[in-house]
Structures are given as structure tokens and as C-alpha cells.
Design a protein around this ligand. Structure first.
Ligand code: 13P
Length: 249
């Protein structure tokens, strides 16, 4: 079955407002006739300015995280209500930098995910193993646990707004990419996990992005694989000259 490709730019903790607005404008013009689904995910302080640029275009606006509660005494957190107010449509959750630098566990990620889905957001749930987990043959079980626990309590209807991103931690920002074959094998495994949890039709529809040193020169080979349905791009998304060729692979 054919699935739409979905290419996302995760700007992480980069850019000031003026830099963000100028890159967003470049992308709007370069991708206006693009065939795939697109998303830009700027830092929180950039959302309002980038939102104004993306309004009415074919590029969605995403946030890199959200709080697990709707509102209240949570110093330093950002709520789904505040994100919605800025026109955010998608939230990335469970990114490896949140898991490993900020110690977010599957239970917390699940709370955030359910809250975001209940407010109508699309969620990109990131999963992926550490190098030592890969080397000890645990890549599949790590991803399976992250998916199973991350999606606990999600209904079949809500699952339609979930995208999975497989990002092997050892490939993020390192210039090392999983081989297209290795990535495809884990993507196929993740699809099987979704099938076990939600059935075959849902698994076939699930968009599974690959992330980890995606560049203009490896994007097309990765995307050619049966189970790779797009990319979540970090470093190469910070410049139009490297993101546009990936987005238009
Ligand atoms: P890089 O493309 O810089 O490896 O980052 C991938 C990533 O973490 C996207 O979320």
C-alpha cells in the first residue's frame, strides 16, 4: 500500500527569530510545489513568528515537546493550550535528546502523548536504541518497549494522528547513518509491533520516518526502502540548501 512521504525539519535549539523567519520563508517558496507532506519544528520562542510565515502554506508547524499537564504550576514547561494558540499542529515527543539528556521515561512520554492527542495534535513519537543496545542485539526490543509503552491507552481513532520516527541514537548528529537495509529492517519490525497492538490495516497506514544524519546524498536511498516513509531531519534542516533536496528527494 502506498503511504505519503513525510519530511520534517527539527531545528532543535538553533536560530533566533530573524534567522528562523528567513529560513521559513525560503522553505515556503522552495517547497510550494513539493509533492510530500512537510513540517517545520522550531524552538518554542520562534513558534509565533514562524507560524505567521507558514500560515496558509503546505508546511505544517510543530513543537519539540509539551508538558504532560494542560496547565498549572509547572515552571519552565509549555502547555498544549499555549501551543494550540500559536497554530502548532504537531508535537514531537520522546526524542532521544529528551529521553537521554532530560531523563524522560516511557510513562512520562505516554502522558504527554495522550494529552496532545486528546487536544487534536498530530504526534511524532520518536524511538531508537543506543549504540550499546544495538551492539548487544537489543535494538528491536528497545523500540518495541518504547512503542508499546508510549502508545498505551491510545485508541484506534487517535492512532491516525500518530507518526513514528525511528532515530537510532548513535546516528544522530554523528554523520553515521543506519544502512538503508538496517533501517528498513527496524522499520518493518516497528510496523509489526503496531500490527500486534492495533491490527494490520493500522500498521500498513502508519507513517514511519527515519532520522539520524539524513543528508541530501542519502535521502533518496533511504526513502526507496519499503518501510521508510519519510525523514526527521536535524542538522541538514538548518539550511535551505541542504533541506530542500531532502524534502524534494
Ligand atoms: P541529525 O539529522 O542532526 O542527525 O538529527 C536527527 C534528529 O535527531 C532529528 O530529530
Amino acid at each position: 500500500m502506498s503511504r505519503n512521504y513525510y519530511v520534517a525539519a527539527n531545528w532543535k535549539m538553533h536560530k533566533t527569530r530573524s534567522e528562523a523567519v528567513s529560513l521559513a520563508k525560503e522553505l515556503v517558496s522552495a517547497l510550494k510545489d513539493g509533492k510530500h507532506k512537510y513540517l517545520i519544528v522550531p524552538g518554542f520562542t520562534l513558534l509565533e513568528s514562524v507560524s505567521a510565515v507558514l500560515k496558509g502554506t503546505n508546511i505544517r508547524l510543530g513543537a519539540q515537546n509539551c508538558a504532560f499537564e494542560e496547565q498549572g504550576a509547572h515552571t519552565g514547561e509549555v502547555s498544549v493550550l499555549q501551543l494550540k494558540d500559536l497554530g502548532v499542529q504537531t508535537v514531537i515527543l520522546g526524542h532521544s535528546e529528551r529521553r537521554h539528556i532530560y531523563h524522560e521515561d516511557n510513562a512520562l512520554i505516554n502522558k504527554k502523548l495522550r494529552l496532545a492527542l486528546s487536544h487534536g495534535f498530530e504526534v511524532i513519537l520518536c524511538v531508537g536504541e543506543l549504540l550499546e543496545e544495538r551492539e548487544s542485539g537489543k535494538a528491536e526490543t528497545v523500540c518495541e518497549t518504547q512503542i508499546t509503552e508510549g502508545l498505551k491507552g491510545v485508541s484506534a481513532d487517535e492512532l491516525k494522528n500518530v507518526v513514528v520516527a525511528y532515530e537510532p541514537v548513535w546516528a544522530i548528529g554523528t554523520g553515521k547513518t543506519a544502512t538503508p537495509e538496517d533501517a528498513d529492517a527496524i522499520h518493518a519490525y516497528i510496523r509489526k509491533v503496531i500490527e500486534k497492538l492495533f491490527g494490520g490495516a493500522a500498521a500498513q497506514k502508519m507513517i514511519i520516518q527515519y532520522g539520524g544524519s539524513v543528508k541530501p546524498d542519502n535521502a533518496a536511498t533511504l526513502m526507496a526502502k519499503e518501510n521508510i516513509d519519510g525523514a526527521l531531519v536535524g542538522g541538514a534542516s538548518l539550511k535551505a540548501e541542504s533541506f530542500v533536496p531532502i524534502a524534494k528527494f
